[in-house]
Each structure stands twice: as C-alpha cells, then as structure tokens.
Design a protein around this ligand. Structure first.
Ligand code: NAD
Length: 252
C-alpha cells in the first residue's frame, strides 16, 4: 500500500511557525517531504528553522507575515508561491490567548485575540483558497481548540474566536468542496507550549491537569498524527471535520 501520509512534491504554508505547535507542524510536514513556507511576524525568528529544513534536504522559505495585516497577506502568499511553487496545503496556526475574567477583557484584548485567531485565519484562508480554487485543488487545516466547543474561566475572547474558527471551517468546507478544496480543523486540548507553560507550572494549572482524564497535558508531537491525517491524501474524503486531540478533555 502506498504511503498514505506522503507529502513529497506538496507545498505547504504554516502561519505562526516560529515556535510551539507551528514550528512542530512545519518540521513534520517537511519530514514527510513537503516544501514548507514558514510565516512569522519576524522572519529572523524562522530563518534558523528554514535553514534546518534545507540542511536535511528539504525545501523551505521564510516570510514575514502578521496575519492581522490584511494588506500584507496577498503579498506574503505570492512570495511563498514564487519561491516554492503553488500552495497545496495551508496550516492556519497563528494564534494568541489573553487570560482575564470576562468583565476585565478590554476592547483591545478582544480585538487582538479575535483579530488574530479568527479574522487573521479568515484573511489567510481566503487568499490561499482563491488560488487553490483556480487550480481546482487544495487542503486547508485550521488550528482551532477544544475551547471552541467548551469553556473554561477567563478565556472568553479566545473561546469565541475558536468557536468562530470551527464554524468558518465548516462554512468554507461546504462552499469549496465542489472546487476540490478541503477544509478541516484540529482541536487540540492542552498541549505544552509558550501559550500555557507558565499556567501549567502554577498551582491552578497543576490542579487543572489532575482533572484531565489522562492526568497530563499533551506534548506538541502528540498532534503529529492528526496533522498528517488532515494534511495528506489519507483524509481525501474528509472535509468540514474537526479532529480533537485532547487527552479526553471534552469527555471529562
Ligand atoms: P505559541 O504562543 O507558542 O505560538 C503561537 C504562534 O502564533 C507564535 O509563533 C506567534 O508568533 C504566532 N502569532 C501570534 N500572533 C500572530 C500574528 N498576528 N501573525 C502571525 N503570527 C502570529 O502557542 P501554540 O500553543 O503553539 O499555539 C499555536 C496554535 O495552537 C494557536 O492557534 C493556539 O490557539 C492553538 N492551540 C494551542 C493549544 C495549546 O494547548 N498549546 C491548544 C489549543 C489550540
């Protein structure tokens, strides 16, 4: 049986690739043969990762992209395609969280979180999808969260943005299926990265960890399988789906 997860010859764009899950996603796609366009707000932060991919025989290109800057998105994607070829895969990963009680969340907190996680994902997905539709194929993976369907305290704009991203995934999948473009989401539970590391070192974080059915938070590599499923032909009959990887968080 051919390797269902092989990505040789595919070109992928990963947003927010400088650290955490985005960095891991880019490494995994490259290890499976994809050429990877790495996007981050500061391109010097990803130059090293791009060089590592090239040193292991892969193709990569680093671009500066703040996903909240609508005027920059089209130019950045054109830059990726000029360097590596037409995009086959988008991993819409860039995201932020601001933890504060609902009554203390300011207008600027809302704008930052929803502007990055939902509007930013929309801007990048729309630009990439336009190009994919013209070519009649493509594959978009949105990085949502279990907090798009469930809630915990002090993350109201984050939950709203990820709930919106899950619905955007479904709406895009519905409209783009006939054009050959698939759109799915990964909903991670708690995975240890800079977004939550200090919280999980705190007493409250350790208490929360003990409430998880598997009694531990996840590691970035525990999303490899879900990412490769959605990014490859292994999921060719999937669109509009959400793959949850949460150590049982949603059934706790
Ligand atoms: P992280 O803070 O380590 O990484 C977030 C990345 O997004 C960084 O590279 C950051 O520079 C980038 N980013 C932020 N704003 C940006 C902008 N305006 N333009 C471009 N890039 C921007 O956190 P992470 O855990 O790696 O998060 C990655 C994604 O996974 C996020 O969408 C996050 O919401 C989601 N997620 C994470 C977890 C978790 O437990 N770690 C759980 C569910 C979902």
């Amino acid at each position: 049986m051919a390797d269902l997860f092989d990505l040789t010859g595919r070109v992928a764009l990963v947003t927010g690739a400088s650290q955490g899950l985005g960095k891991r996603f880019a490494q995994v796609l490259a290890a499976r043969g994809a050429s990877v366009c790495l996007a981050a707000r500061q391109s010097d932060k990803i130059a090293g990762l791009a060089a590592d991919v090239r040193a292991s025989g892969g193709r990569s290109h680093a671009i500066a992209l703040d996903v909240t800057d609508a005027s920059a998105v089209s130019r950045a994607i054109a830059d990726c395609e000029a360097a590596l070829g037409p995009l086959d895969i988008l991993v819409n990963n860039a995201g932020v969280a601001i933890s504060k009680p609902f009554l203390e969340q300011g207008d600027e907190d809302w704008d930052k979180v929803v502007g990055t996680n939902l509007r930013g994902a929309f801007l990048v997905a729309r630009e990439v999808a336009r190009r994919m539709v013209e070519r009649g194929h493509g594959n978009i993976v949105n990085v949502a969260s279990v907090l798009g369907v469930d809630v915990v305290g002090s993350l109201s704009p984050y939950s709203a943005s990820k709930g919106g991203l899950l619905q955007l995934t479904r709406a895009m999948a519905h409209e783009l299926a006939r054009s050959g473009v698939r759109v799915n989401a990964i909903a991670p539970g708690y995975i240890e990265t800079d977004i939550n590391r200090s919280f999980f070192q705190s007493e409250a974080g350790q208490r929360l960890e003990k409430t998880l059915p598997v009694r531990r938070i996840g590691q970035p590599e525990e999303l490899d399988g879900a990412l490769l499923l959605l990014a490859s032909d292994a999921s060719r009959y999937m669109t509009g789906s959400t793959v949850t990887v949460d150590g049982g968080f949603l059934v706790r």
